[in-house]
Design a protein around this ligand. Structure first.
Ligand code: MOS
Length: 744
């Protein structure tokens, strides 16, 4: 369709994209009218509560089932002795986004907090009390829950089939010619997603049809997974997931509890609701595993990186496979003649880790940016000058050109706004009152994956439209940004476009993950709208009664609900075209995916500058300023993009200074599985934050030029804060979060 393709071969969006509209679901959310999964209370509802293991390894030898069943209000109780079986093996990998389905298969305990029984009762209180009455007894074994004592295992992949090791260039040769090298050793700790909304499900069977309310980041895949494990067809299942109170990766993958609730609903013939308590989300629903990383950077005389080695040790559960791909963060950011990265895995008595906001990149970037600061010091260069000297013109891991890379502009704009030029090179040179002040920086990078999505667009007789795709809005504003893209595809003002999403009977929008949802689902929606416009153009230009008759050669532009001739500007309204053709609607379809093998390296980039204040006596650290500039292709909604970037940077504060899940090493149990003990940043921890976006026109990443903003904010930020702490104090913590005791 020549009228929406510009000369550079990518799509020209209309006037809806680029506007900083507020969230379309904002009023529903702030007035409490938005219903989340746990708000559903169908007639005849049973409440389910899981009993969870208080040991981390061993067997359940006894449950007082009789006592629990005798409790008033209890309807049914499931243990491994009577749980309905899954239709296929729990090990079955239906698709890459499925873990081993833990659904009370045996008395084995593999991690603390593992569900060991499910109680159904008429009230939540009765189910809770009955679960307590089970009073489990165990045969406990010594658990291994730390990087020091877990068991090594052989693996060639990290996760989703990605290779564990990478090598390019001749590292031996590069090192032989290098002038000096630095080594950085950095540890990161276990983190839990802690979405505000807990994992929840309400399951109801009507005959052989299953209705599920559950927050989910990948509804189509979830439906496939449920169908396979239940032995039914996906078409028999309707999943509703209209609102998610955060996901961060933990709601992308189903867990055993969700399946248990569905099995229980089928078995009892009544609707079942299961809502996890905060402490029950520590274990069964994924987390970010700890890492121990070592980087070696060899430098030549001029401060150029000759060789970069990044090795990661991390751990997974005893029964499934997910390794935090931290070393991958070093693949594509800085130029180097030789690159070598590895991952080694351990098996521990923990729940299976999984993707958590910027999986791999977040801890990997933290360690890389610390190593870069050490290397800058060794080279006698300012940290920013050092990064500019090692700016990669092509991706060092594969030699590909970047699809676009406005990283230099990010450095320039953020450094300018921050005032980086005034930074003294030596540490401990700046004070604010009694406090030591330090400045540090880091580069940000995140890949631009695309999944596959489909969408429908229907133009109505009155010239308004409805668009449909089952996208997931975790709070990031997807429904708003996607509606903007859809409206541009249709050539309509956004107020004329109804956006339907969030349930599985709609076309599948793919995974809201990998920062690829807007690009993928947006492409499908745009194409669906463009399909409608194409049909309209055919109707109008072929009709002698239309002012557009014969405009085919000069072209037609769709805008504001009208088709406009490019030659003489005459136009016709959509509703008039439909009316004359005798149509009460016109329907279009679209898909979104990346075609073929990529020929360019595709990443969002950014630069983050941090200021910290450190109490020299108490070691207390406060981030007082953060400035980030990010180049992420075309920004569909600047308000929402900024919000995502701010959120990512705040997450970086938590990573750098606060978040840490603690186990008692003897019992393997958590000691802080609640939001009182597991610290995340609150408003008082979040300082003045500036998040700029730098314009990028990317003709390669996809037709709309969209990259992604969901995860990049955390990358760069953690290292920048660590480097600022060094600049304030002259002390380097080898561990995130940085605690006061490592500074005094
Ligand atoms: Mo994410 S960790 O791609 O939801």
């Amino acid at each position: 369709m020549a009228d929406v393709i510009n000369t550079q071969g990518h799509v020209r969006l209309g006037s809806n994209a680029g506007q900083g509209l507020t969230r379309r679901d904002g009023v529903l959310k702030v007035t409490g009218a938005a219903t989340y999964a746990a708000d559903n209370r169908p007639e005849g509802l049973l409440h389910a509560v899981t009993a969870t293991a208080t040991i981390a390894r061993g067997r359940v030898t006894h449950l007082d089932v009789a006592a629990a069943e005798a409790h008033p209000g209890v309807v049914k109780l499931y243990t491994p002795d009577n749980v309905p079986p899954l239709a296929v093996s729990p090990d079955e990998k239906i698709h890459p986004f499925v873990w081993r389905m833990e659904a009370l298969q045996s008395d084995r305990v593999r991690y603390a907090g593992q569900p060991i029984a499910l109680v159904l009762a008429e009230t939540l209180e009765a189910a809770t009390e009955a679960a307590r009455l089970l009073a489990p007894r165990y045969e406990a074994e010594t658990p291994h829950v730390t990087l020091d004592d877990a068991e090594p295992f052989e693996t060639t992949t990290t996760a989703f089939g990605r290779p564990a090791d990478h090598s390019s260039g001749d590292i031996g040769k590069a090192r032989a010619t290098a002038a000096r090298h630095v080594v950085a050793e950095v540890e990161t700790v276990a983190q839990y997603h802690n979405a505000m909304e807990p994992h929840a499900i309400v399951a109801r069977w009507t005959g052989d049809r299953l209705e599920i309310d559950t927050p989910n980041q990948a509804i189509g895949l979830a439906r496939q997974t449920f169908a396979a494990f239940l032995g039914i067809e996906p078409a028999q299942i309707l999943i509703r997931s209209p609102f998610l109170g955060g996901g961060f990766g933990s709601k992308a993958i189903l867990y055993g509890g969700q399946l248990l609730a569905v099995l229980a609903a089928r078995d009892t013939g009544r609707p079942v609701k299961l809502v996890l308590r905060r402490d029950q989300m520590y274990g069964p629903v994924g987390h970010r595993a700890p890492t121990r990383q070592r980087l070696r950077l060899d430098l030549d005389e001029d401060g150029r990186i000759a060789a970069l080695q990044h090795d990661t040790l991390t751990m997974t559960s005893s029964f499934d496979h997910f390794l935090e791909g931290a070393s991958n963060a070093s693949h594509s950011l800085y130029a180097t003649a030789a690159l070598q990265t590895t991952h080694r895995g351990l098996r521990a008595d923990i729940g299976t880790p999984g993707p958590m906001r910027a999986p791999g990149e977040a801890p990997g970037s933290a360690a890389l940016e610390v190593a870069m600061d050490l290397a800058a010091q060794a080279a006698g260069l300012d940290p920013l000058a050092f990064r500019l000297r090692n700016h990669a013109e092509t991706d060092p891991s594969n030699g590909m050109a970047f699809s676009s890379k406005a990283l230099r502009e990010c450095y320039a704009q953020a450094a300018d706004l921050f005032g980086w030029a005034d930074r003294p090179a030596e540490p401990r040179r700046m004070r604010q009152g009694q406090l030591l002040k330090g400045w540090g920086m880091g580069s940000a990078q995140f890949p631009c994956p695309m999944f596959t999505a489909a969408a429908h667009a229907t133009l109505r007789a009155d010239g308004s439209a409805v668009v449909e795709t089952s996208a997931a809005d975790m709070g990031q504003g997807a429904w708003t940004a996607l509606a903007q893209i859809a409206a541009d595809g249709l050539g309509l003002d956004i107020d004329r476009v109804e956006f339907r999403s969030g349930h599985s009977d709609l076309p599948d929008a793919g995974v809201a993950g990998g920062s690829g949802h807007t690009a993928t689902a947006g492409t499908a929606l745009f194409n669906a709208g463009a399909d409608v416009v194409r049909r309209l153009v055919d109707l109008a230009t072929g009709d002698p009664a239309s002012p557009l008759f014969g405009a085919g050669n000069s072209g037609v532009t769709a805008r504001g609900g009208r088709l406009h001739r490019n030659d003489d500007g005459r136009s016709e309204a959509y509703e008039d075209i439909l009316a004359r053709a005798g149509l009460d609607m016109l329907r279009g379809e679209g898909t979104g995916a990346r075609e073929g093998q990529p020929t360019r390296a595709m990443f969002s980039h950014g630069a983050v500058f941090a200021e910290v204040l450190v109490d020299p006596d108490l070691g207390q650290i406060r981030v007082s300023r953060l400035v980030g500039a990010f180049a992420a292709g075309r920004i569909i909604n600047p308000r929402l993009a900024r919000s995502q970037l701010l959120g990512g940077m705040v997450w970086g504060i938590g990573f750098a200074l606060q978040e840490e899940a603690l186990h008692d090493a003897r019992t393997g149990r958590f000691t802080n599985n609640d939001l009182a003990g597991y610290h995340i940043p609150v408003n008082a921890d979040a300082p003045m934050i500036e998040a700029l976006t730098v314009h990028e026109d990317d003709p390669f990443v996809n037709a709309l030029g969209i990259k992604g903003v969901g995860e990049i904010g955390v990358t760069g930020t953690v290292g920048a804060i660590g480097n600022a702490v060094w600049h304030a104090t002259g002390l380097r913590s080898q561990r995130f979060p940085i605690h006061p005791e490592s500074l005094i």
